[in-house]
Design a protein around this ligand. Sequence first.
Ligand code: ADP
Ligand code: MG
Length: 685
Amino acid sequence: MLDTESPLYSSVNVLKGAGKEAEASLAAIGIITVGDLMEFVPARYEDRRLKSPEEAAHDEKVTIEGTIQSEPSVMYYSKKKSRLTFKIMSGPHLINVTFFNQPYLKKKISVGDTVTITGKWDRHRLAVSGQLLETGPYTRGTDFEAVYLLRNAIPVKQFRKLVKQAIDLYGSYIEETLPNELLQKYRLMNRKDAIRALHFPQSQDEMKQARRRFVYEEFFYFQLKMQALRKTIREQSGGIEQKYDLSKLKKLIDSLPFELTNAQKKAVNEICADLKSPYRMNRLLQGDVGSGKTAVATLALYASVTAGFQGALMVPTEILAEQHAKSLHEMLEPFGVKTALLTGTVKGKRRKALLSALESGEIDILIGTHALIQDDVIFRNLGLVITDEQHRFGVNQRRTLRSKGENPDVLFMTATPIPRTLAITVFGEMDVSIINEMPAGRKAIETYWAKEEMLGRVLDFTEKELRKGRQAYVICPLIEESEKLDFQNALDVHAQLSSYYQGKFSVGLMHGRLSSEEKDTVMKSFSANELNILVSTTVVEVGVNVPNATVMIIYDAERFGLSQLHQLRGRVGRGSEQSYCMLIADPKSETGKERMVAMTETNDGFVLSEKDLELRGPGDFFGRKQSGLPEFKMADMVHDYRALEAAREDAKELIGKADLWQKEEYAHLRAVLKDSGVLAGEKLD
Ligand code: ADP
Ligand code: MG
């Protein structure tokens, strides 16, 4: 248990000047105890260093000291709006001072007084408008004053006094919460000094050092819990030791028409090590479109089969399920592995036969859509579960699939590269394998950004490709015309292109309002090269594979986020021919322009995802919906990512040490872990 006996857990009302009213106000901003008060993080710091007008730039904030030269006078514009003006002599300068809406100050000051004033410096008028900092010369001890977000709960002066008193009276009870070795490793300030410096820094450096310490502390504790959770999940889940047949697996690898990339080899090794271990695998496999995740998944499934287990591969759409079923069948059938496809369209007798073959263990690998998680789908001994594009499935669907075996190993695959910083926070309790390398000989997709008036040239270019027998996608943000949004819609574009290319090329149409059968029909005729052009909304985004398509045109590209653009672009470049992506866009914003430029500059999904994070910030990266991102008080995942990575490594190492559960030094860490529930395998909130 944490030491709740410590005086730091006393109510704030032990402080002088914190009566019932203050107590309630503080509670409203989450401050109950003396410790809470000391840990209340300033929003920012105000630079209060005396700055003479010579040193200051126009519009910069200055703090100056001077003697009042003229009688202060107030002018009212309205009942509430007023201006108090007077002149002061500061060094050799006669400066005009203005205070807005503080008429009461007139009584406090008069000619001859020395005052300290802080405000905005107007170089041209030799004027300062702002506030009276003190009557009298400048006496502040601190150059940097902490500013708090108090939401009007309590006056800032009173708040500062309470913080000061708390630190003076209770500061000696502050205990160190980080192990000594880490303090030394990073030369971090101790907690006692850091708390004082957080509120009353004596220099800019102290302010930074205090921040650095708390950023690390936050990350470290977050990662410590994540790593503990990861360990618990692994060890308490009673996974399966899958003793796969390495020589068989090697034979399959040798039979592939290509050499695995190093990144694929690494991923296969990591997955196989998990299969063989007695722990349950809980792994995320990230890799760009076309990086060869399916090949890795196939090898993993085969390994599991050689260990005597069944495998399941769940994908979000029927088209994808069919594609995967076909390629797995081709690769694995020569090795005596029986694969089967289960989707919503498999019905009646066929379905019944399939399910009984699955239950008897005749079928080794089942591939399908969420049809896999229906109640009557029963495996004989499910050992490995793989889900593709995992974010498209809800947590419950994934859990249901997992529950069809006894603690099967689980692999999630995603083609949406997530920046490393986010991956290790949001998926912190998972292991991550990354395929960050494309198969050799893959031609990079050439990407161009064109303004709307260049559309004619884009279509001419497309025609040349079509005449070579290639196919093209044309993506529009909307299905039909909208009154509110001025964007290209698929219905209009389909009509325009149909007449433009009339008699030469056939143009298909695809969007989310078609039934699944209609979509399937369109997709199949495009796959079969019966349609030359496919006009579509973003429904083609996921996993569709038509290697003969070499042109991707995206209308109103500024409308899409970087990762979505990259996903769309990934629909081409899947064959041996050079492919092209044309972004038609007139972005108004700077970030919109930056997105277009980023697309033309790189084909690397990880580079783009980092850029996306930089442009959008962590909160928006996953979209507005609840993102699962943790909230930190001081730390910023993007800005402080180095500290995050360091903290993760440190936490990982500590969690693996027997020392952690024995040494006195780690008592606090143990207490935090026990209190958080992660040791019982409870998910962090
Ligand atoms: P992903 O699932 O990551 O989008 P796939 O596994 O579908 O990628 O691979 C895309 C294409 O590249 C497939 O046609 C596959 O056969 C091929 N491929 C996979 N790995 C390699 C490799 N190491 N070298 C060459 N081609 C590969
Ligand atoms: Mg295992």
